[in-house]
Ligand binder design. Structure first.
Ligand code: NAP
Length: 306
């Protein structure tokens, strides 16, 4: 396959922390341009937005690292320019937008890849394999992190369409929908929304997986130790995934830890999807978020500033 000429869009935290090193390490991609209003990458031609970049620079694909709010318009512009598109999670602000992008990509005969980076964490595939023939008795999901530490100054995250604590929380749901052998359903939810903001800083969700209760706690105000863990009680003991899916402990076994290769795996998959003319769009994590927002009892809490 020819090298994929890639445009990277939205040069912010995740673009710098993960996308740039993963692209540099993958010989299938050449970083040909960036589109960002304020950010740039040394040695790479920068444009203000996708339309300008697509008109001026020969590209095969774009990877969007912007917040979900503007993704639909950005992705549609890229698809209509005949470019393959990789989306950061969550794939767009609404499910209708994701469906419309899927249809547009099909019409344009380009690849659309809605990524879920946490599914690429080292423990997720072995957890899914181990759980596939077990009876699930109960599931506990705890995703508690400090918004000020991991999302400094990201006002968009607490605006409408920013997902609030569901921005990290959807990573837990992307893992749960991948490893559990039955579909998940939301039964009840409460959300704490700070005064003057649109999106929650904390959420508790009661879900069900078959007969098994699934308790979910998301908290964006966790100081001290940070927790990204999923525990699954089964007829063969308790499986534990910690550190966002990278550390797996199975009953009676030593803890398994491997180096982080989440974004390396995402770009390898994007190259494979482009080469084979396929798309990969799984909205199940986002559907659960949407259902939680539909069912939630909302409480207004103290105002919040970064
Ligand atoms: P960020 O630091 O705020 O960067 C996003 C970039 O997108 C900004 O630098 C901005 O660049 C551009 N942008 C375009 N429209 C924007 C708008 N309306 N508001 C704000 N910025 C806008 O955010 P991030 O943490 O990289 O997150 C981006 C996406 O990656 C989110 O969907 C998030 O869920 C996902 N993600 C984040 C992390 C993480 O640890 N931070 C991890 C995994 C996934 P210009 O101003 O230059 O256009």
């Amino acid at each position: 396959m020819e090298t994929v000429r890639l445009g990277l869009v939205g040069i912010g935290k995740i673009a710098r922390d993960q996308h740039l090193p993963a692209i540099a390490a993958n010989p299938d991609f050449t970083l040909a341009a960036t589109a960002s209003r304020h950010g740039s990458v040394e040695g790479v031609t920068g444009y203000h937005d996708i339309a300008e970049m697509a008109a001026a620079c020969p590209l095969d694909a774009v990877s969007l690292c912007t917040p979900p709010g503007g993704r639909y318009e950005q992705a549609l512009t890229a698809i209509e320019a005949g470019l393959h598109v990789m989306l950061e999670k969550p794939p767009a602000a609404t499910l209708s937008h994701v469906a419309a992008l899927e249809a547009a990509a099909r019409r344009a005969n380009v690849t659309l890849f809605a990524t879920w980076h946490s599914r690429e964490a080292a423990g997720v595939a072995p957890a899914r394999a181990w759980l596939s023939d077990k009876k699930i008795n109960a599931v506990r999901i705890d995703w508690r992190e400090d918004i000020r530490r991991w999302h400094p100054g990201q006002e968009w995250i607490l605006a409408a369409g920013g997902f609030g604590v569901f921005d990290p929380g959807i990573n837990a749901l992307s893992i749960a929908t991948q490893i559990l052998p039955e579909e998940l359903f939301v039964e009840h939810a409460t959300m704490d929304v700070p005064a003057g903001r649109a999106s929650p800083l904390a959420a508790s969700i009661a879900m069900r997986c078959g007969e098994a209760p699934v308790r979910v706690e998301f908290d964006f105000l966790q100081t001290g130790p940070q927790t990204w863990s999923i525990e699954v009680d089964t007829d063969a003991g308790t499986l534990s995934l910690a550190m966002g899916g990278s550390v797996l402990t199975l009953p009676g076994e030593e803890q398994r830890t491997e180096p982080d290769r989440e974004y390396a795996r995402l770009y390898a998959r994007f190259a494979e999807l482009i080469a084979t003319g396929q798309s990969d769009v799984d909205v199940r994590p986002m559907r659960l978020v949407s259902d939680a927002f539909l069912l939630a009892e909302r409480r207004t809490t103290d105002s919040f500033s970064f």
